[in-house]
Design a protein around this ligand. Structure first.
Ligand code: FPP
Length: 242
């Protein structure tokens, strides 16, 4: 948490409901994904206005690869187009673009565009905009465990030394604080493999608004709701590390 404890330092958003938004209008599902860009803008702007430090958007899960290939290709193209169209503006506003997930799974074009955008904005000190791409919480924990196992097998670590911190520091973005608030749109009430390790003490906020209809006012409603909650992390302190 930052200095103002009523503000979340890190907000995660599960952007859900694009398909239903499109169906309600008699459109193809992909039109729902296309319409999602405006909502992303609103979320980024809103976080900037409220001095949120980190915004993680669940853009593509490890499970989303199972969707029809035309939809997957469309989302990947949308990612490239989003970066191409917005990187100047985000850069000028001090936003640092980052990503989390099995990024090697991404097709070469979008991966290159992402790397370019991350490099270009790496020195910015405003909002960290983190795109979760080919991301799964279980995969992230599994990848951390694999790293730890190989360090143990090389005698660089001993099992008796392992702590919670050993795992946290081997996640994809160890410098990023745990999300204080996770928002999910479209009325579904589950985490769907999003930031599983990091969400242990996150406040959860669910709204019926479909992602393409999500606007700054909806973000502010969630932030206001968060400000009214009392967080105890299971005790008086959150820093137990064993
Ligand atoms: C959930 O809606 C949305 C997704 C699985 C994909 C999210 C993708 C975007 C927001 C566009 C990507 C853009 C960038 C810039 C990375 P759903 O399709 O599951 O909706 P439904 O539950 O109503 O079917």
């Amino acid at each position: 948490m930052g200095l103002d404890e009523s503000l979340p330092a890190h907000v995660g958003i599960i952007m859900d409901g694009n398909g239903r938004w499109a169906r309600k209008r008699g459109l193809l599902r992909i039109e729902g994904h296309r319409a999602a860009e405006r909502s992303i803008h609103e979320a980024v702007e809103g976080c900037g206005e409220r001095s949120v430090g980190y915004l993680t958007l669940y853009a593509f899960s490890t499970e989303n690869w199972k969707r029809p290939s035309a939809e997957v290709s469309f989302i990947m193209k949308l990612l490239s187009r989003f970066l191409e169209r917005n990187v100047d503006d985000l850069d000028q506003n001090g936003v640092r673009i980052r990503a989390t997930g099995r990024l090697d799974d991404l097709p070469e074009g979008p991966r290159r565009d992402l790397e370019r955008a991350m490099k270009r904005t790496a020195a910015n000190d405003g909002l960290h905009l983190i795109l979760a791409l080919s991301y799964g919480g279980r995969s992230e924990i599994l990848d951390a465990v694999r790293r730890i196992a190989s360090e143990v097998s090389r005698d660089e670590l001993s099992p008796s030394e392992l702590t919670m911190g050993t795992i946290s520091s081997r996640l994809y973005l160890p410098d990023v604080p745990d999300p204080d608030l996770i928002i999910r749109t479209s009325g579904e009430m589950r985490l769907s493999n999003f930031l599983l390790w990091q969400s242990a003490y996150s406040e959860l906020y669910f709204t019926d608004v479909l992602w393409p209809d999500f606007r700054k006012e909806h973000l502010f409603e969630a932030l206001d709701d968060y400000a009214g909650r009392s967080r105890r992390f299971g005790s008086l302190s959150r820093d137990s590390d064993n």
